[in-house]
Design a protein around this ligand. Structure first.
Ligand code: 2AM
Length: 182
């Protein structure tokens, strides 16, 4: 099975992301928009594995506080894939780094590339003329990252379907706000 670990969003952020998708759609020839229920922020990609138990163990080993995260403020693209970014967050980077360390300790191969937090809102974007002309307004919205999920990705009937296999909560530590400012 194909697995990844991700953070999901509250309704206010989902609304902002959906609004960005509508803005994009209005400015392009065609695009494959991420289904609303699939919008997420990937922390780690595991690829094909039959070991969800070891991924769950790696998640259980993480003892970190919940933290605030501002989503939006940035939009961009990797080739024909368009994304919305987040405000720089040390807490988010620390969560992704710690998670990758625990996953490697459980025997997973995790790519070394730098963590670039992004939410994919559309793939296969075909611009009317030039992608550089596309403008998205993504107002920043704040959420609390209170946990993260192990997700299974499957294709069924041509559609991508994500299913949550496990959710790990972050502790409601009183130092979460202070950690963010360090
Ligand atoms: P993306 O949004 O940039 O495509 C499920 O496929 C999630 O894992 C997606 O959010 C995807 O990122 C992410 N991911 C990270 N590395 C990947 C890889 N090598 N192949 C496919 N998905 C990857």
């Amino acid at each position: 099975m194909r697995l990844f670990i991700a953070v999901d969003f509250n309704d206010e952020i989902l609304d902002m992301l959906r609004n960005c998708q509508r803005q994009l759609q209005a400015q392009v020839r065609s695009a494959s928009l991420t289904a609303e229920e699939n919008l997420h922020l990937t922390l780690a990609f595991l690829g094909e594995t039959e070991e969800p138990g070891r991924a769950i163990q790696a998640m259980k080993n993480i003892i970190l506080p919940s933290f605030p995260l501002r989503v939006g403020g940035k939009a961009g693209h990797f080739g024909d894939l368009w994304w919305i970014g987040t405000e720089e967050s040390r807490s988010l980077a620390r969560l992704a780094d710690t998670l990758k360390k625990h996953l490697r300790e459980e025997g997973f191969f995790i790519e070394e590339k730098k963590f670039r937090p992004h939410i994919t809102i559309a793939r296969r974007v075909v611009p009317i003329q030039d992608q550089r002309e596309i403008r998205l307004h993504a107002p920043k919205k704040e959420m609390t990252v209170s946990g993260f999920s192990l997700m299974k990705s499957e294709r069924s009937g041509g559609r991508l379907r994500y299913t949550e296999l496990y959710w790990k909560s972050l502790s409601e530590g009183k130092n979460a706000e202070n950690d963010e400012k360090k």
